[in-house]
Design a protein around this ligand. Structure first.
Ligand code: AMP
Length: 341
């Protein structure tokens, strides 16, 4: 671990390469470099070899993800300059969700306006949802094509996906990662009129509201901390706001599980992943409590046991398997990169 001031991305890359060299890594042997790109829009729907056309296409999605796509492009350019002969592949966070049917991705806005501005549900964390859905099928020893899954990516950002036969049919994040579940600092679902109300009554500008909903809401806004460990500590110590925030957090997830079970028609497994999903047995218990009528029965001892491996935490007689599957977006990006090369 190096803790130093880093001037810019290029300087950061240089230091990473030097760190490889000092630890004996042979960076000249690279087969390819995979880049996580947040927004592929509706055009970039599969891992893509980076060339001028790909760079132009990623730049064109920038208005949809102004905080993410420009830095992603910067990383690609620097890697290309450092390794001009190594193939570079862009892997899109939105790609896995492109199989959603229009009834799931279309917002009820005037069609022409929405189409012109490409306003629709895209969904994010696709690399993670794809990875854990495949790993869940492996863990269950059944073909992914036969399984209906709900994957819960609960990290600082959080989203849920309904996966039928290995394909995404619905997901909770929308045009941007703001929609859906309660997150570390994002509100998730909200009456859109709250935005007008904040503007008219509190005099907040569009940028103020953007900042409020993305960076100062969610668990931070409700409980005063965005780290789930801290929220759980406060709730255990009797902090009423933290306890209520946990209830809001778990209830929102339960509503999505109910809705997506209906969308899927039958649920085989509920899959928890990412920082909170993998580590917080309290959140897993809070989510599953009240889902018994859907066939979800946790085994409390299995749920409390810690492990870094994929595991079943439901009871043997639970009609729906509840799994914890550690995500590995880097590995998934590497594998997809290799497949493209
Ligand atoms: P991620 O975005 O996947 O890295 O997840 C980050 C989130 O995971 C943060 O809110 C952490 O507080 C949370 N997290 C990590 N470890 C634990 C834990 N043992 N219990 C509860 N939350 C945790």
């Amino acid at each position: 671990v190096l803790e130093e001031r880093v001037a810019d991305h290029s300087d950061g890359f240089d230091r990473i390469f030097k760190a490889f060299e000092t630890t004996g890594g042979k960076i000249t042997d690279l087969a390819g470099i995979g880049h996580r790109v947040v927004h592929g829009g509706d055009r970039l729907t599969a891992p893509t070899l980076v060339d001028d056309a790909t760079i132009k296409a990623i730049a064109e999605q920038a208005p949809l993800a102004p905080l993410h796509n420009p830095p992603n492009l910067l990383g690609i350019r620097i890697a290309m300059a450092s390794f001009p002969d190594t193939p570079q592949v862009a892997v899109f966070d939105t790609a896995f969700h492109q199989t959603m049917p229009p009834r799931a991705w279309r917002y009820a806005l005037p069609r022409d306006l929405a189409d012109e501005l490409r306003i629709r549900r895209y969904g994010f964390h696709g690399t993670s949802h794809a990875y854990v859905a495949r790993k869940a099928a492996e863990h269950l020893g059944r073909p992914a094509a036969e399984l209906n899954l709900i994957t819960l990516h609960l990290g600082n950002g959080a989203s849920v996906a309904a996966v039928a036969g290995g394909r995404c049919i619905d997901t909770s994040m929308g045009l941007t990662p703001l929609e859906g579940l309660v997150m570390g600092t994002r509100s998730g679902d909200l009456d859109p009129a709250v935005v007008f109300y904040l503007h008219r009554e509190a005099g907040l500008s569009v940028d103020d509201i953007d900042d409020l909903l993305n960076k100062r809401s969610g668990m931070l806004g409700l409980a005063g901390a965005n780290d789930m460990r801290e929220v759980e500590r406060r709730a255990a110590a009797g902090d009423a706001a933290a306890a209520e925030a946990l209830e809001v957090y778990c209830y929102r997830i339960r509503k999505y599980v109910g809705a997506y079970t209906t969308a899927l028609g039958r649920l085989d497994a509920l899959v928890f992943t990412a920082g909170i999903g993998e580590n917080s047995d309290g959140v897993r218990a809070g989510v599953c409590q009240g889902l018994e009528h859907l066939g979800v029965r946790l085994n409390p001892n299995r749920n409390r046991a810690r492990s870094s491996r994929p595991r079943t935490v439901s009871a043997d007689d639970s009609p729906v398997a509840v799994l914890v599957v550690p995500t590995n977006e880097e590995l998934e990006i590497a594998q997809q990169t290799l497949a493209v090369i």
